[in-house]
Design a protein around this ligand. Structure first.
Ligand code: KIV
Length: 275
């Protein structure tokens, strides 16, 4: 069954948990789609896990469009949500609508995600008014890493917790169809989930959320630059890849790869005619 923003809301209403993973390319998107995961996020985390930047700030609209379009070609049933990169929506409501439109038209996204609470509600409302579904993102919003002074848990004190709850209500009111809660204490994420009608998707926010999202390189142990506490490694794919690359190198060096089964034959009399 095709996942849409409508089935997302139905899942929350029925108490069914939603699953989301990031992807940035066609092959991975196909595998995630075949596994039945509800949504793929082409996150601007691609700046770190694919492009090797130390944060997400350098990611461009062209990067997001390029990777979103590749993922779109690999999916059938999964809902495709694409991140609006840093400074593609903060600058004005006009920029936000134009850039959200580009992610839909050129990147074939089915929804966009942007970071922030009350301060970006005019952008959320305008994008939604243009018939583009918006997923909000609160808590540790990585595009604000410099303002936060690092990648830190958000909403621990009373004022910060109240602000997060107010922001969640505000993005719902502005028309967001879902909200990602990143690095928020479990009790606060649960209270937010119970206080709003749209689904909450947690990452480092505990099991009380309506769904979960992980960066796929984190959950497959393929990205070793940092390992946040909230990441569960579901498989050691990074180690398996390293081992396969090592074996390949050894077999090439030893001349055992390629073997006869990997080669093409020809009529040997043709060879005899060559001079
Ligand atoms: O960019 C991303 O991958 C994200 C997730 C961590 C939620 O925003």
């Amino acid at each position: 069954m095709k996942n849409t923003v409508v089935t997302f809301q139905e899942a929350k209403d029925k108490g069914e948990k939603l699953s989301m993973l990031t992807a940035y390319d066609y092959s991975t998107a196909r595998l995630i789609d075949e596994a039945g995961v509800n949504a793929i996020l082409v996150g601007d985390s691609l700046g770190m896990v694919v492009l090797g930047y130390e944060d997400t700030l350098s990611v461009t609209m062209e990067d997001m469009i390029h990777h979103s379009a590749a993922v779109a070609r690999g999916i059938k049933d999964t809902l495709l949500i694409t991140d609006m990169p840093f400074m593609s929506y903060q600058t004005s409501v006009y920029d936000a609508v134009v850039n959200a439109g580009r992610l839909m038209k050129e990147g074939r996204a089915q929804a966009v995600k942007l970071e922030g609470g009350k301060e970006v509600c005019p952008q959320i409302k305008a994008i939604v008014d243009a018939s583009i579904p918006v997923c909000a993102h609160l808590g540790l919003t990585p595009q604000s890493v410099n303002a936060f002074g690092g990648f830190k848990v958000q909403g621990k004190g009373e004022a910060a917790a109240q602000k997060l709850l107010d922001d969640a209500r505000a993005v719902e009111e502005a028309g967001a169809f879902a909200v990602v809660l990143e690095c928020v204490p479990q009790a606060l994420a649960t209270k937010i989930t119970e206080s709003i009608h749209i689904p909450t998707i947690g990452i480092g926010a505990g099991a009380g959320c309506d769904g979960q999202v992980l960066v796929y390189q984190d959950m497959l142990a393929m990205y070793s630059n940092m390992k946040p506490k909230f990441v569960k490694q579901f498989a050691q794919v990074g180690e398996q890849m390293r081992e396969a690359f090592r074996t390949y190198k050894e077999e090439v060096a030893a001349g055992t790869f390629p073997g006869p089964e990997h080669t093409f034959k020809m009529d040997e009399t043709v060879l005899d005619k060559l001079y």
